[in-house]
Design a protein around this ligand. Structure first.
Ligand SMILES: Cc1ncc(COP(=O)(O)O)c(C=O)c1O
Length: 363
């Protein structure tokens, strides 16, 4: 999938690449700042739970995901019940379940550009026609009028990503209220919030509360980001029970393996790791944004664990990514923005190495 391709071995510890591969440039990758992973690593509580659960791998996991859904309902409150949740093997898997559950050939899916490419991949695979809505190229802020204007009688799903990947831009509370008020009943919003832990803006929607109130929305969350479990593959969606049941009906029996169960339950209680992750990420995000601006580059204020910036010259972003690889830094050309790069927030040493490399390349 576009977000996850890695041609090199994963590090045993996050943030550093002691055994990094030789790239075409001949340099070792020292800092991987390309996949928005947790620079502090996995939730230690989840890792301990996985180790303990490994003993029991001879046995099938629970047939259903009831315990995890109950834990999610307790964790998120707002009057949500276990029936408001469906779990899957990652956020991407849940997005795929949703596309398969709700789209048939002839349906339309409204998708903003640029955004996470898996919406388009999964909606297309389900037979839908994609109706793109370009975000304004200067601010990348959502334009609700343009979104609603793209809705036709054939529209079934409308995707929102907030904070959006790759821009880091948030949908405001008023914008969300306008979307809900303006959509016909048959349109379901897929609201991807996998970066929600990193939001600092006070003006933010609470789609989970709207789901509890019966709104036509499915909210997608993942254990890959703040919990640091990208390698595990665990995610979920929340929405009103009638919608969730349609996605849940497509899962196979025993769809959540025993290690995922144990890790998910433990991670949800690991407040200390999430708090530390958020603290390190917010500090690094502010620092990176400030440094990019000091280098004279256009960067966008982010509400996620990455920062988007425009490359210094007219050379394509891919060429700049390659140059940075030559300095041992892996970043990602931003989907749909050929002159922009997205850098994940790392540990201070990695952030500094990235800025030093960029500074050197700009000299
Ligand atoms: C916006 C967005 N949604 C969903 C995902 C999927 O995450 P995962 O499949 O690792 O749970 C990602 C991963 O980077 C993402 O950026």
């Amino acid at each position: 999938m576009a977000e996850h391709p890695q041609t090199h071995p994963a590090p045993s510890k996050p943030g550093a690449y002691p055994r990094g591969p030789e790239r075409s440039s001949g340099a070792r990758i020292r800092h991987k700042l390309s996949s928005n992973e947790n620079p502090l690593g996995a939730s230690p509580a989840a890792v301990a739970a996985i180790q303990a659960a490994a003993e029991g791998l001879w046995e099938y996991p629970p047939f259903l995901d009831d315990e995890l859904r109950s834990a999610l309902a307790a964790h998120h409150g707002r009057g949500l019940t276990p029936d408001h949740f469906v779990t899957g093997n990652s956020g991407c898997d849940v997005l795929n379940l949703i596309a398969r559950a709700f789209l048939v050939p002839g349906d339309e899916a409204v998708i903003c550009r640029p955004t996470f490419p898996i919406y388009e991949t999964t909606a297309r695979a389900a037979g839908a026609t994609i109706v793109p809505v370009d975000l304004p190229a200067d601010t990348f802020r959502y334009d609700v009028d343009a979104l609603l204007a793209a809705v036709t009688p054939a529209t079934r799903l409308l995707y929102l990503c907030s904070p959006n990947n790759p821009t880091g831009i948030l949908l405001s509370a008023q914008q969300w209220a306008d979307v809900l008020a303006g959509l016909p009943e048959r349109v379901i919003v897929v609201f991807d919030e996998v970066y929600y832990h990193f939001i600092t803006a006070a003006d933010r929607p609470d789609p989970l509360a709207d789901a509890a109130d019966g709104a036509n929305v499915l909210i997608v969350h993942s254990f890959s980001k703040a919990y640091g479990l990208a390698g595990l593959r665990l995610g979920y969606a929340a929405g009103k029970p009638e919608l969730v049941a349609q996605a849940a009906a497509l899962r196979l029996p025993f769809h959540i393996n025993a290690l995922c169960f144990a890790a998910g339950l433990a991670a949800l209680k690991d407040d200390a790791h999430v708090a530390r992750t958020v603290e390190v990420t917010l500090a690094g995000r502010d620092w990176l944004y400030g440094q990019l601006r000091e280098l004279g580059l256009e960067a966008w204020p982010s509400q996620a664990n990455f920062v988007l910036f425009r490359c210094p010259t007219s050379a394509p972003a891919a060429a700049w990514a390659e140059k940075l690889q030559g300095h041992g830094i892996l970043v990602r050309p931003a989907f749909g923005l050929p002159d922009c790069l997205r850098v994940s927030v790392g540990l201070p040493e990695a952030n500094q190495a990235f800025i030093d490399a960029l500074g050197t390349l700009l000299e």
